[in-house]
Unconditional design. Structure first.
Lengths: 335, 280
């Protein structure tokens, strides 16, 4: 950075440079100073962020230390969460969290990528904001609103659906559960799907809009239909970005607290069907914290937080790995 | 010979540079594409105005003219690519072997299989290997049989004079090639669909002189099997590779004829001025 000659953009600067035959503008000192200032500033801010993350992890460990000493890794596979008996194991909520998040993805990804494709490739330019704006609006709605809506509007519908599924397909193990509650895995997944769809859709749309026209036209010129060009060229071209959008949605689904607390059904038992109520880890921490009356209880909840943190890190590492595999061998893209 | 030389001495028709097909009167060439009263619009603005010309079978037709005169727009009308641009519209007729490409009930997808296109910047698909790039179009409607596809890929790469350079790297991404190789890959990709006409929009403008020479040589070989329309900014290139030349100016076809005539005895003042480099 510092060793390079200053590149001057202003026409006057060019003129001066050419006239004096030197690469350095007379003002370079001044420009350099500003440059340095921002370099130092941004570097400082970057280190701040890293420092905060380290602090956070240390604090999570410190807070959960009592529970870690008491239960060790058995905490992760234990299935009883019993504050009265001072017995804590959190496998059911780990499973509940992950299952809900993945079902949410399963529901949200086709809808959001589909709508992103529609907006980017089938909507005339002037109409795009008309369709995009509500999606962005939806992405910004606080989760408690989703929770309320879910509880009063969606859950009754889900209840009817569940009763019907159980009556007709009850032999299928996933549909053989307590259907009449309404709240449970299915409701939790559905609300999460609704919440992450706008996020994934908005990001995917931005990504798809960056696919160069020449790529799509290149495929059309070979006698591909528009759909073939989108499917075989545009989506593969954008795949890393799209994957990123999906991972972001997954992250939100795993960490979401308020809405799933309201419609997920807050049980600590291991789930056996789509209708079983179960806590998510985040909702577990949020709803139990005020009642945690002794230190091992508090420590166990922080331990849950640590595990949740670990899961999000594992997911993002897996995503990195996947991205790396996808982009492997790809050298410069000539565009 | 200098550019000016063409215009001054050329009038005597004793030209000493290579002109492949400069006697259309003696052997009347067959018409492959007949363009009639073609108008192309972007929204309300007219980019190509009332162009009528015939493109001859297995000949190279060069489109020349100053920047912005509608060359790209014109050739994009020949494979119904123009209408892909939002708001763009075409009037008039383009007859391929007598059938109107803009007739009712004609599927543009079908048209593009018969009239292929190579773009200004090489645009291989970055997520596909060299092999898959070439096979991409062929697989759309061709056979699924691996043997047939392999044969087709090899044949197309050979036609595009790229086979020897990539035969051992077929699995590598198309974007791992040099610019000139990428452009030949795009030509191979277009050839794999067996087009009757190949449109090339300044295929060499992003390439260095050596890669350009290779492409020109390739064009020379290809015209035994396919009709070529090439847009170029490079007058020497037009003279070297083409049999016919069309000069466009401000969206109109100013002059069209055998390349030898256009470059030596242009009928219109504008053509002469452009060719001799007095404007453009
Ligand atoms: N997408 C577009 N929307 C609106 N007008 C356009 C568009 N593309 C081209 N034009 C206009 O149409 C006219 C012809 O453009 P075209 O690209 O065909 O020129 P060209 O001869 O290929 O130029 P060049 O040699 O620079 O490539 C120009 O006036 C240009 O401004
Ligand atoms: Mg052009």
């Amino acid at each position: 950075m510092q060793g390079e000659p200053q590149v001057i953009n202003r026409p006057l600067g060019r003129l001066l440079t050419r006239a004096s035959g030197k690469l350095v503008h007379p003002d370079a000192q001044v420009i350099n100073l500003g440059d340095r200032f921002f370099y130092t500033l941004t570097r400082g801010l970057a280190f701040c962020v890293i420092f905060l993350v380290i602090l956070l992890v240390l604090d999570l460990f410190r807070g959960s230390w009592e529970a870690i000493r008491q239960f060790g890794l058995k905490f992760l596979v234990g299935t009883t969460w019993d504050p009265v008996a001072r017995q804590f194991g959190t496998l059911p909520t780990i499973v509940g969290t992950i299952v809900k998040a993945f079902i949410a993805l399963l529901l949200a990804v086709p809808i959001s990528i589909g709508s992103a494709i529609f907006i980017s490739f089938y909507t005339p330019k002037w109409l795009r904001p008309v369709i995009s704006y509500p999606i962005e609006l939806l992405a910004g709605i606080p989760s408690i609103i989703f929770g309320l809506w879910g509880l009063f509007v969606m859950v009754p519908v889900i209840r009817v659906l569940q009763v019907w599924l159980k009556a007709n397909f009850g032999w299928f193990p996933l549909f053989n559960g307590p259907a009449v509650y309404g709240v449970g895995v299915l409701a939790g997944s559905a609300i999460l799907a609704i919440m992450i769809t706008p996020i994934i859709a908005a990001i995917s749309r931005d990504i798809l809009l960056t696919v160069p026209r020449t790529q799509i036209e290149g495929m059309l010129a070979l006698g591909a239909t528009k759909w073939e060009a989108i499917w075989k060229v545009a989506l593969p071209y954008a795949r890393t970005g799209l994957l990123g959008a999906v991972i972001l949605g997954l992250g939100r689904a795993i960490g979401e607290t308020m809405a799933v607390t309201m419609v997920g059904g807050n049980s600590f038992d291991l789930i056996h069907s789509l209708f079983d109520p179960v806590h998510s880890m985040a909702s577990q921490i949020a709803s139990e914290f005020a009642e945690a009356t002794y230190s091992l209880y508090v420590s166990s909840l922080i331990y849950v937080g640590l595990v949740l943190f670990g899961i999000t890190i594992i997911i993002s590492l897996l995503a990195q790995l996947l991205l790396w595999r996808l982009s492997k061998g790809r050298i410069a893209i000539l565009e | 010979m200098s550019k000016e030389g063409y215009a001054v001495e050329g009038r005597q028709r004793d030209i000493d540079f290579h002109l492949p097909g400069n006697q259309p009167e003696m052997t009347p060439d067959e018409t492959r594409l007949r363009v009639e009263e073609l108008r192309a619009y972007y929204g309300k603005s007219l980019a190509v105005n009332n162009v009528t010309l015939s493109i001859k079978t297995k000949k190279v037709t060069a489109i020349i003219g100053p920047s912005g005169c509608g060359k790209s727009t014109f050739i994009r009308c020949l494979n119904r690519m123009h209408e892909v641009t939002p708001g763009a519209r075409v009037e008039g007729k383009v007859l391929l072997d007598g059938g109107d490409l803009y007739g009712s009930g004609i599927d543009p997808v079908e048209v593009r299989r018969r009239v292929g296109m190579v773009f200004q910047k090489p645009n291989p698909f970055p997520t596909m290997s060299i092999y898959d790039n070439v096979a991409a179009g062929f697989k759309l409607n061709g056979s699924r049989d691996r043997r047939i596809i392999e044969d087709k890929v090899e044949k197309s790469l050979k036609m595009a004079a790229l086979w020897e350079e990539v035969r051992s790297d077929l699995h590598k991404p198309g974007t791992s090639l040099s610019g000139g190789q990428q452009q030949r890959l795009c030509i191979a990709r277009a050839l794999a669909v067996d087009p009757e006409v190949l449109l090339m929009d300044e295929p060499c403008s992003a390439l260095d002189p050596i890669a350009t020479a290779k492409i020109e040589e390739l064009i020379h070989e290809l015209k035994d099997s396919v009709t070529i329309v090439i847009v170029t900014h490079n007058m020497q290139q037009a003279a070297r590779v083409s049999d016919y030349t069309a000069f466009f100016y401000l969206g109109e076809l100013v002059e069209f004829g055998a390349t030898g005539d256009i470059f030596t005895t242009p009928e219109k003042r504008q053509t002469e001025d452009y060719i001799t480099g007095r404007f453009g």
